[in-house]
Design a protein around this ligand. Sequence first.
Ligand code: NAD
Length: 496
Amino acid sequence: MATVMSQLLPEVDTFLEGSLQRPLVGGKEVEAADGHTFETHDPGSGDVLATVPHLSAKEVDAAVSAARQAFEKSGWATLPPNERGAMLHRLADEVERRLNIIAQIEALDAGKLEAHAQGDVANFVATLRYFAEVAQHVSRRNTLAVKGHEAWTMRHPWGPCGFIFPWNFPFLLIGWGIAPALAAGNTVVIKPAEDTPLSAIYLSHLAQEVGLPDGVINVVTGLGETTGAAVSQHAGLRRMSFTGSPEVGRLVGEACGRNLVPVKLELGGKGAAVVFDDVDIADTAAKLVGAITFHTGQVCCDATRWLVHRRIYDQFVNECVKQIKQVQVGYQMEGSTQMGPVVNEKQRQRVLRYLASGVKEGARMIVEGGAAEVPGKAGHYVKPALMEGSLENVAAREEIFGPVAFLAKFESEDQALAMVNSTDYGLANSVWSSDLGRCARIAEQMRAGNSWINAHNVFPHGVPYGGIGKSGLVGGVNSVETLFDYWRSVSVVRPL
Ligand code: NAD
């Protein structure tokens, strides 16, 4: 297949030409008072894409003040839901109109295939529209039948809400996070990951262009231990949401606990796929190989433990080997590439380290994986890998966050279920069989927030998505319930 390098759109060139990419806080471009900056790189080439302000606790404080000011004074919080919905639809329209521009910025910054980045931006649009609509159709006033009293509850937006995001789905996750908060009438302070700040910066400017009041969307760029910590520790935020690793999630949870700020944590995963002996082997292998190589395995809810019925194990493994060896690793902006780089060198070393320590603990490599080279590109590339062995192995227990699947055999339904549930994580698993009754039975018993049947990584709006245990706390995203998380409730009672 001919290799077609995607041409950068003129708007993307113009965006990247600015010497310093400044986000908006309270409607004004912000820089660090101490002049500190950091660089963001193209993971596929190693080239510097842009320089970005490294904001301190002082600028975070200004962002929280701007969000509070907008909440109290701009009228955003008290707009009738249909008028706020119309403004969010306007933002969705403009993001949709610039879908290809934002997707290219995202693909360059996060090392994503351009088509995948386009899907992420389209998902952001759909999320914003979903919550803009739903918020107009749920009642915020609920009358209660109470003996001897008139009573009701009323829901109000909380105020300024903080959001800290990771680098794997930067723009899509911003949508999942802020759409319900904004639709409910809150204002937001967004801290994007230091590896991928550009789409959030772009969004802050777009929000102003479409006429959202200044301070409704504020973006603070910087490193985790400084800017991120300042956001998580700010007592002026009324709600916090963190998406990222369990290690940092604990720190954010502790900081919010001290301030008594309610916090939602969306953390890592170590999902399983249970494959029974009545599946279409080639089709199931293709879907699971597709899942583990999608965005180079940097997907929190990925199927990284493949539990396969003993009767088809060898045949299934052979099919997976055949398919995984055909995956074309390359630069993310080249048309023939099927799997791009991982986000940075630290992540590449993490993947390589897990392969080595898995083998040291006795795992067998079915497909070796390891470092990959892409001619002419000094990016962070790895090959996809398949391992097998005991689920006690470190590579089967811990989240690798790369294109690595660990395989093991099972004999019975009960054994499969016990293997799925033998982890502290609880984000997402799948079960594969032509017996849909069996699938439903197992899906309901897997100990995690999400179970999929004959599919992996599906997120229709309206279905809550979130984790339990080491994978998360308090609810999840993407459904009507999320909207209610962004309203506080006041009970009103009058004796009759
Ligand atoms: P990370 O925890 O290292 O960083 C996430 C964010 O936290 C970044 O913005 C970072 O700057 C910030 N941060 C770092 N240290 C901080 C601190 N001390 N205080 C406050 N903020 C701090 O995670 P990552 O490497 O960016 O992302 C990968 C992880 O995210 C994986 O574990 C993955 O499974 C998880 N993830 C979960 C979901 C989900 O929906 N459950 C979605 C995507 C990613």
